[in-house]
Design a protein around this ligand. Structure first.
Ligand code: B12
Length: 178
């Protein structure tokens, strides 16, 4: 059996060093019997056969965020849809007993209905991903913005430009670029 850790919004360097720590003999983050266990990690952006993980479904099973099937976005109780999932770390030890924690939808009915309508409009505007127009990208953004849940965590404008309009200028502000 395997216990998993879901890493949310962490920088790549921090994920790598957390994995290193888990792999070390003196791994303070795990119970002693887990030290030396096989540890493997999968990045959220990996899509090659055998490497893709359904990270949103893992987030729901782990009790971290609820998956809204209408918008294909996970909703965090505090940050709403404004969360991203960096990596999953698998540690080959017995998991906790019993079923996974039940995750309840943290958003209000009105939020869900508004976001579902906005998403259906966005899907109507979507061509193939490679040819997605600015208009279609803005429609996807509108769907995410439709939730009032997590409105204080909306990404800053440069990060929105990066995620939705592929403006790579945002990367120059990242700590590793300095
Ligand atoms: C491939 C992919 C896409 C494809 C989806 C095409 C498809 N048919 O699956 C495309 C390129 C269109 C896409 C777009 C976006 N994505 Co995307 N994507 C992924 C990725 C890498 C894999 C999804 C997957 O295949 N899962 C495996 C299958 C088996 O899981 P599933 O539960 O059955 O299906 C889920 C997804 O496939 C998705 N999905 C399925 N069909 C479709 C169709 C469309 C049109 C869309 C948009 C999504 C979608 O939703 C399902 C859950 O409800 C994940 C990361 C990951 N490893 O999970 C990110 C991920 C789902 N994406 C994410 C985001 C944010 C986006 C975007 C908003 C763009 C962006 N750059 O910010 C857009 C628009 C989505 C939206 N709802 O607004 C986030 C979601 C965060 C959250 N809060 O839930 C993830 C988790 C990445 C991350 N690191 O955090 N994405």
């Amino acid at each position: 059996m395997v216990a998993n850790l879901l890493l949310c919004g962490m920088e790549v360097d921090r994920v790598t060093s957390a994995v290193k720590q888990l792999r070390s003999v003196d791994c303070g983050a795990l119970p002693p019997e887990a030290c030396g266990a096989h540890v493997e990690h999968f990045w959220g952006h990996e899509t090659a056969p055998g490497r893709l993980v359904a990270i949103q479904r893992m987030a729901q099973v782990a009790g971290l965020a609820w998956l809204d099937d209408a918008t294909h976005l996970c909703l965090h109780p505090e940050h709403g849809p404004w969360v991203s999932f960096r990596a999953v770390v698998l540690v080959d030890v017995p998991g906790p007993p019993g079923p996974p924690p039940a995750m309840r939808c943290p958003a209000a009915e009105g939020d869900l209905a508004r976001a579902a309508a906005a998403m259906s409009e966005a899907l109507g505007k979507m061509g193939s991903y490679a040819t997605t127009s600015r208009e279609a990208a803005d429609a996807f953004l509108e769907a995410r913005l439709s939730y009032s849940l997590g409105s204080a965590s909306v990404y800053p404008p440069d990060m929105i430009e990066y995620h939705y309009h592929n403006d790579l200028g945002f990367l120059e502000t990242a700590p590793s670029a300095k």
